[in-house]
Write a protein of this length. Structure first.
Length: 165
């Protein structure tokens, strides 16, 4: 299942950055910096991801409120991959488009997938002991939100937030 929509501690593995699409088919290019992928297999990895995302938001030029939005979304999504997906990865990409800068986070796992994505996005829904604000909350905190999930094959969630400059 795929859902696309806009809102109306391990050593990183470095891979080359590439272009991607944006609303209405406009082109987005990753900056000259390579994307960085972090494993999410332990509690310590979750801390490493939060610190790396915070550093990336500062580098990108986000203000404190937007830094907190991005780090919160990253934390929620990484924790979901760890707890529900049996671990995975978080890739951080710096983006530039039309004079703006942004950050794309791609969180992947090879877990059981999300059996009912629409329900999982509803506030208050939880399969664990949490408050049930993870996926829906991450969706509200970011400008772009896309989910690919397939039973037995895992889930990939890609979220993007743009600076206002």
């Amino acid at each position: 299942m795929k859902l696309s929509g806009e809102r109306t501690a391990g050593a990183p593995v470095v891979s080359p950055a590439g272009g991607d699409g944006l609303r209405g088919g406009a082109s987005v290019t990753a900056s000259e910096n390579a994307s960085v992928t972090y494993p999410v297999r332990t509690d310590e990895d979750l801390i490493t991801v939060r610190h790396a995302v915070r550093a990336a938001t500062v580098e990108t030029g986000f203000g404190l409120v937007d830094q907190t939005r991005v780090v919160t979304a990253a934390s929620e999504l990484a924790r979901n991959a760890y707890i529900h997906g049996g671990g995975g990865t978080v890739t951080i990409e710096s983006l530039r488009h039309a004079g703006r800068r942004g950050i794309r986070l791609t969180v992947r796992d090879e877990g059981p997938g999300i059996p009912d994505l629409e329900t999982a996005l509803v506030d208050g829904f939880t399969t664990g002991a949490g408050l049930g604000h993870g996926l829906g909350g991450a969706r509200r905190l970011m400008h772009d939100f896309e989910v690919h999930t397939e039973p037995g094959k895992g889930t990939t969630i890609s979220v993007t937030r743009w600076t206002t400059q």
